[in-house]
Ligand binder design. Structure first.
Ligand code: A3P
Length: 280
């Protein structure tokens, strides 16, 4: 019988904890949880149960690779091990730290329409604050420098929800250490529409056979997103913190922000040699 030293991580005979072969580096609110859950359906993929925050958290990082390895599940040697920590993408010190760990590790980045992502990011923080009985400004107030006219030139690029959507700015830091061929980019908007199509591309990137079956991923009308039903396992949707209702954003503000993101998006398309259908 398997014995477990840590909850949720059974230790079968002939299994070991190994460092990850692939890291989902972000982006936060891109659909990282859905992505790793879909990938977990693959019989040759094993995923870390939680966000590890090894490369971005100084306290964790100082515990060294042996600590990092201990956060991984026990696996047979032929499995592909994946961890995700969405904050890695935007943290300046992480690209070289990961490169230092492994120059050949595979990286996955999932992106969405930058304005949608920014509002999703804002909505998450707003819900937490309101839950703690705190107040929260409107998105429109946070996204622009106060007192001044609401315009493309007054967008607060340092506001984290906006900043994390400047994909080209962050990707540039990664491309100093990794070639583009090592970073697979998942189209998060397309993954919402057609998860299997995006998952197939990830299977290719990981040099795995296509084993994630179309009928394991089904659209749930009530949830408004896809849920999973692998053979002989229970039907599961992501919890209510994934797929939240977003507050309405003033249409003029939307237009201004879309204009603001446009050159950043263009730069991202140039860097990646791909185009994404933004604004959606
Ligand atoms: P919203 O809750 O703002 O809609 P992350 O896991 O990186 O935090 O991303 C969360 C986002 O994943 C959600 O943002 C949602 O839009 C998106 N998503 C994609 N596929 C999903 C799915 N199958 N179930 C729930 N949310 C999904």
């Amino acid at each position: 019988l398997p014995h477990s030293r840590k909850k949720g991580l059974p230790h079968y005979p002939h299994t070991q904890r190994r460092l990850p072969d692939c890291i989902i580096i972000g982006v936060r609110k891109g659909g990282t949880r859905a992505l790793i859950n879909y990938l977990n359906l693959h019989p040759d993929i094993v995923t870390a149960p939680e966000e590890i925050h090894f490369f971005d958290d100084q306290q964790n990082y100082s515990k060294g690779l042996s600590w990092y390895r201990r956060q991984m599940p026990y696996t047979f040697s032929d499995k592909v091990i994946i961890e995700k920590t969405p904050n890695y993408f935007v943290d300046d010190k992480v690209p070289w730290r990961i490169h230092n760990f492994s120059s050949s590790v595979k990286l996955i980045l999932i992106v969405r329409d930058p304005l949608y992502r920014a509002v999703s990011d804002y909505t998450q923080i707003r819900e937490r604050r309101l839950g703690q009985g705190l107040e929260m400004e409107e998105f429109e107030e946070l996204a622009f420098n106060g007192e001044e006219e609401v315009s493309v030139d007054n967008v607060r690029t340092q506001y984290p929800a906006i900043n994390r959507s400047l994909y080209s700015y962050h990707l540039t830091k990664w491309l100093r250490y990794f070639s583009l061929s090592q970073i697979h980019i998942v189209d998060g908007d397309n993954m919402v529409r057609d998860p299997v199509q995006e998952i197939k591309k990830v299977e290719n990137f990981l040099s795995l056979e296509h084993k994630i079956q179309k009928d394991w991923i089904v659209f749930d009308r009530t949830k408004g997103f896809h849920c999973v039903k692998p053979d002989n396992k229970r039907y599961r949707c992501l919890n209510k913190t994934k797929g939240r209702k977003h507050p309405r954003i003033d249409p003029d503000v939307r237009d201004i922000l879309n204009d603001f993101f446009e050159p950043w998006n263009q730069q991202f398309f140039n860097l990646t040699g791909r185009t994404f259908r933004w604004p959606k």
